[in-house]
Ligand binder design. Structure first.
Ligand SMILES: Nc1nc2c(ncn2[C@@H]2O[C@H](COP(=O)(O)OP(=O)(O)O)[C@@H](O)[C@H]2O)c(=O)[nH]1
Ligand SMILES: [Mg+2]
Length: 309
């Protein structure tokens, strides 16, 4: 897995590199079985800068301190392991099933939500490509009817991935698009239906009511659906992603998280912060704009990649 750095970029200093620079100046102190208070403060600062957020940062510091007191943080490797294990444990806490639910019979319906620009439509294209590679029949529905460009963008992805496409003209009620798409998915016997949605003005009541309606109509037309409601978050917007996650989770039950644009940031700690904030499992990471830039989430890999990436 390659995260947090675009190929061809000048390599950034990894989080671990920066931690070593400032927080581990006193290796002699480490060797004596301690971590100085000053080092912990600097570590805290770096973890906050990496967007872990306050609760996760404090717990990671506690974990390092706890191990240090037991004499388990005497080398840099042990220090790194304490952090990586702490990050992994946070990601494995609570809801952490990274797989996608499937329908017992009929189409599996995946509803994709998130604010404008987060990467929903791109993620749907990548996911459609994955399913295609698994020889599944996929249909995508253009539920973002706010502007024609959004509909065309999904149509292009459907052509690129061989997915069937259901759309309506701009301005059509998204719930009716979802309803028609489920009809078409059942009739044509597709394996997976992925429903795109609009994401403007996530703070407005209107959009949240619209989303609730889309979800309600889907369930009414096909009991048990949506089988997944995935929230797509832009990984470069820091703690705002946590706020967004809370707002969406209050409107519709979120079954999984997708964090995008992790190729462009050294602040991947936000992945841990949003997981904790709404107790939803991270299922995929977006690491670029093309079809294969989608990484199925793995807590152990991610924790280590986040430090060393
Ligand atoms: N670098 C990078 N760009 C991405 C990623 N995912 C999406 N984008 C870009 O972000 C912009 C918004 O994506 P889009 O899918 O249209 O977002 P939507 O409004 O939520 O549907 C587009 O220019 C995408 O190419 C990613 O993982 N990495
Ligand atoms: Mg879109």
């Amino acid at each position: 897995m390659r995260l947090l750095r675009k190929s061809g970029d000048v390599p950034k200093r990894s989080l671990w590199q920066r931690i070593k620079d400032v927080a581990l100046m006193d290796v002699a102190v480490l060797a004596k079985g301690g971590v100085s208070a000053g080092s912990l403060e600097q570590l805290e600062q770096l973890l906050l800068e990496a967007d872990f957020g306050v609760p996760v940062t404090l717990r990671l510091i506690e974990e390092v301190e706890r191990r240090a007191k037991r004499g388990l943080v005497k080398t840099q490797d042990e220090f790194q392991a304490a952090l990586a294990d702490g990050i992994e444990a946070a990601l494995r806490g609570g809801s952490s099933d990274t797989g996608l639910a499937t329908a017992a019979s009929g189409p599996t319906v995946i509803l994709v939500v998130g604010v404008n620009g987060a990467g929903k439509t791109t993620f749907i294209g990548k996911l459609a490509a994955r399913f295609r590679d698994e020889h599944k029949r996929v249909m995508v529905a253009a539920g973002d009817t706010f502007r024609a460009g959004a509909i065309d963008q999904l149509r292009v992805w459907s052509e690129r991935t061989g997915a069937e496409f259901v759309g309506a003209s701009a301005g059509t009620d998204p719930a009716s698009v979802a309803f028609d798409a489920i009809d078409a998915a059942v009739t044509r016997g597709v394996d997976v239906l992925i429903v795109d949605t609009a994401g403007r003005l996530h703070t407005s009541e209107g959009l949240m009511e619209e989303l609730k309606k889309v979800a309600r109509v889907i369930t009414k037309r096909l009991p048990g659906a949506p089988h997944e409601t995935l929230l797509v978050l832009d990984g470069t917007i820091g703690q705002n992603a946590v706020q967004q996650a809370k707002i969406f989770a209050a409107a519709v039950p979120i079954s999984g998280l997708v964090v995008t644009k992790l190729d462009g940031t050294a602040r991947g700690g936000v992945v841990v912060a949003v997981h904790e904030a709404i107790d939803a499992p991270v299922k995929f990471l977006g690491v670029g704009e093309s079809a294969d830039d989608l990484v199925p989430f793995d807590a152990a890999d991610f924790a280590r990649e986040l430090l060393e990436g």
